[in-house]
Design a protein around this ligand. Sequence first.
Ligand code: HEC
Length: 239
Amino acid sequence: MKRILVTALLTIPLASWSASSSDWPMQEFDGDLQNLPSLQNGFKLYANYCMGCHGLQFQRYERTADDLGIPHELALKNLVFTGQKIGDLMTTSMPREESKAWFGAAPPDLTMVARVRGTDWVYNYLKTFYVDENRPLGVNNKVFANVGMPNVLLDLQGVQRQVCNAEDCSELVVDAGTGLMSTEEFDSAIYDLTNFLYYVGEPARLERQRTGVFVLLFLIILGSFTYLLNREYWKDVKH
Ligand code: HEC
């Protein structure tokens, strides 16, 4: 009896833990905030495929354009589809209550998602949508089981299905010729999109890294002058 109780106490928490966390083998994401073309492409993808549902309510268009080196006019013309002004916060016009009814959950704001979930999570989440006829929208996700979000990148990636063997279903395969992008192109697009969300999670990090480089350069220059001056002072001192 005692043994059964101990086993139950040990296995119940373990079972519920493994049900809530995904056991998908995550690919690592290594962000690069110095890579402006990547961040610009991420911004473009975000504006085209995500902004309709997910706002970035703590981020302004102006700051984003400035940080990523995009002229305001170009940003307004190509990246702002909501009729907003360059100084506005990047909010979405998706109505909260209705969207809850449509998707089963309201699309959350994504300003902090890379910090809350982690960049690895976001990167893998965006790559692992797959066909699942048992779900209301015909789609499921390996990292976020039974997700309410439709597979909005289906056109780019193509139709992705899971392949099951005797043990598990840990392989995903795209039907050849169904996507606009090759696997490498899609991976790189998702890299840029995740990199952009990484930047949005803490825009000051980009500035800090840039300032850091200048501070180091300054210290090197100051250091060399101090060294030369020191040498000059001691030159005439005879021992
Ligand atoms: C048609 C509306 C819609 C679009 C477009 C959309 N999403 Fe979603 N997204 C949702 C909904 C709804 C959820 C909530 C799912 C749930 O909780 O089951 C969600 C959830 C998420 C989450 C998980 C958030 C969390 O922490 O729970 C991430 C990350 C995300 N979306 C990223 C994106 C990205 C990146 C894009 C653009 C490529 C995008 N979404 C486009 C509707 C959308």
